[in-house]
Structure formats: structure tokens, C-alpha cells
Design a protein around this ligand. Structure first.
Ligand SMILES: NC(=O)c1ccc[n+]([C@@H]2O[C@H](COP(=O)([O-])OP(=O)(O)OC[C@H]3O[C@@H](n4cnc5c(N)ncnc54)[C@H](OP(=O)(O)O)[C@@H]3O)[C@@H](O)[C@H]2O)c1
Length: 247
């Protein structure tokens, strides 16, 4: 199957997170024209750089230009600057995957601080709004675009003691649905995926002894995301794709 990524500029926000690292490497296997991965933490950046370098040392010949840009995606001025820098160098952004997000759970709504509520909404929902708002005009100029955000199954079925997380991820699903109506005539697709627990180092530390076989393998999730970024999924728009088949 040809994904058609070879002439594409791919931006991954939150690219140094657990899923972001795997997604960045998965895209690299298809040699897009450029990958721009945004990050906040320098430690995680070094880890991703090392992993990317080891890929280029392997037998696979990488032709992709890969760049890393530091940004806080909850600040519109920073997003505008990042996108404008990318346009100056690469002229276009064809694909944007927003992997930024976070979780606060284990607290009832009466125990939750206002700052924790705000943190969840800023990280999980405001970031998606600001990124989409600023990348869509760029994609409109190209008459082409694929946007994928990461929601969660909790966005359609909360577990309890996760109200801010659940509400922010639910909001993201409706946000994606609404925006898809605005862009559907413009050859731009916007979708989100709904993972359950992803098999990450942080989750294994937080939940020792859990049945990891039920968890989502980040490489499998990356495959679904890349499908949504490919032209094979051009008739999918505004969807929240269930990616929790194992639980
Ligand atoms: N892990 C799971 O079990 C699970 C389940 C369902 C859904 N999800 C969703 O899947 C996505 C990826 O999860 P993950 O486990 O890979 O998370 P992760 O390892 O914590 O990665 C999240 C990334 O977002 C970045 N980030 C957070 N706030 C930011 C900001 N304001 N500006 C820029 N970057 C920011 C983090 O950077 P720093 O580390 O530098 O702060 C990190 O690189 C998230 O949207 C998450 O909500 C995860």
C-alpha cells in the first residue's frame, strides 16, 4: 500500500511524548519530504533524536528532513511563529497530528482544583483549537490537509474520578466534528482517535502488574493515525475512530 507521503510535510505536535516518538519513527519509515516534531522537554527530545539517529544508521535510507521545534501549544503566539517558520522553510503543511495531551484522574469533581480543570482543558482542548485554527488557513491555500487529534475512549464513556479529563476529551470529539463541517468542501480532513490505555513506560510504572496485553500498542495506534493522514481515508471526516478493540 502506497501512502503517498513522499512529497508531504508532516507536523507532529507533542512529538517527543510516548506516542509521539513512535509516530515520528513510523512516519519516517515512509520517507515524507519533511517531519517537524514539536517538543517541550529537552530530555525527551534527546531520547527521540537518539532513536532517529539509530534509524538512519540502520539499513533503511532516510531521505526525510527532520526538524525539532520547541513550543507551548497552549499559546497562540508560539503556534503562529512555529507555523510561519515551517512555511518559510517548507512552503506547506500537508499533515498535522496533534499528540499533545495529558491525564488527571483519581480525584472526584469535589476534590479537583480549578487549576487542574484548567490544565486538562488547556492541554487537551484549547491546544487542539489553537493548532487547528492556525493550520487550516495554510491547508486552505494548498487545497489539501489532514489533521488528526488524539481524544480518548473516556471522551465517550467516563469511568468516574476523571471529570476534567473526560469532559476535555469529549469536547475534543465535538470540536473535530464541528470543524469537519467547515472544511469538508476544502479537501481537508480532520478526525480524532479514541485510544484506551496505551502501552507506555509511564503507564507500566503507574500500573505495575496490569494485563499489558489488553493495552494499545503505540505502533498499532500510529498505523491507524497514518491511515487517517493518507489519501486512503479521504472519505472519513469528523470521525472519532474507536481504537480500543482489545479492551
Ligand atoms: N497514554 C495513554 O494511556 C492515553 C490513553 C488515551 C489517550 N491518550 C492521549 O494520547 C496522547 C499521547 O499520550 P502519551 O501517553 O504519548 O502522552 P505523553 O507521553 O505525556 O506525551 C504528551 C506530549 O505532549 C506534550 N505537551 C503537553 N503539554 C504541552 C504544551 N502545553 N505544549 C507543548 N507540548 C505539550 C508533552 O511534552 P512534555 O513532556 O515536554 O511536557 C509530551 O511530549 C495524549 O493526547 C493523551 O491524552 C493517552
Amino acid at each position: 500500500m502506497k501512502n503517498g507521503f513522499s512529497n508531504k510535510v508532516v507536523v507532529i505536535t507533542g512529538g517527543t511524548g510516548a506516542l509521539g516518538k513512535v509516530l515520528t519513527k513510523s512516519f519516517l519509515n515512509y520517507n515524507p519530504k519533511a517531519i517537524i516534531s514539536t517538543y517541550r522537554s529537552e530530555t525527551e527530545l534527546q531520547e527521540l533524536k537518539a532513536e532517529v539517529n539509530s534509524l538512519s544508521d540502520s539499513s533503511t535510507k532516510l531521505t526525510t528532513a527532520i526538524e525539532f521545534i520547541k513550543t507551548d501549544v497552549t499559546k497562540e503566539n508560539e503556534i503562529k511563529k512555529v507555523f510561519s517558520d515551517i512555511i518559510q522553510r517548507h512552503e506547506q503543511i500537508h499533515i498535522l497530528v496533534n499528540v499533545v495531551g495529558g491525564y488527571i484522574g483519581g480525584k472526584s469533581s469535589t476534590e479537583l482544583d480549578e487549576s487542574e480543570w484548567d490544565k486538562m482543558f488547556n492541554m487537551n482542548l484549547k491546544s487542539a483549537f489553537l493548532i487547528s485554527k492556525n493550520v487550516i488557513p495554510i491547508m486552505m491555500m494548498n487545497h489539501y490537509g489532514k489533521i488528526v487529534h488524539i481524544s480518548s475512549r473516556t471522551g465517550i464513556k467516563a469511568e468516574g474520578n476523571d471529570s476534567a479529563y473526560a469532559a476535555s476529551k469529549a469536547g475534543l470529539i465535538r470540536f473535530v466534528e464541528s470543524v469537519s463541517q467547515e472544511v469538508k468542501e476544502l479537501n481537508i480532513n480532520i478526525n480524532c482517535v479514541l485510544p484506551t490505555i496505551i502501552d507506555t513506560k509511564a503507564n507500566r510504572i503507574a500500573m505495575p502488574g496490569a494485563d499489558y496485553s489488553k493495552w494499545i500498542n503505540p505502533a498499532d495506534l500510529s498505523n491507524v493515525i497514518m491511515f487517517l493522514c493518507s489519501d486512503y481515508s479521504k472519505i472519513i471526516n469528523g470521525s472519532a475512530i474507536p481504537t480500543y478493540g482489545l479492551s
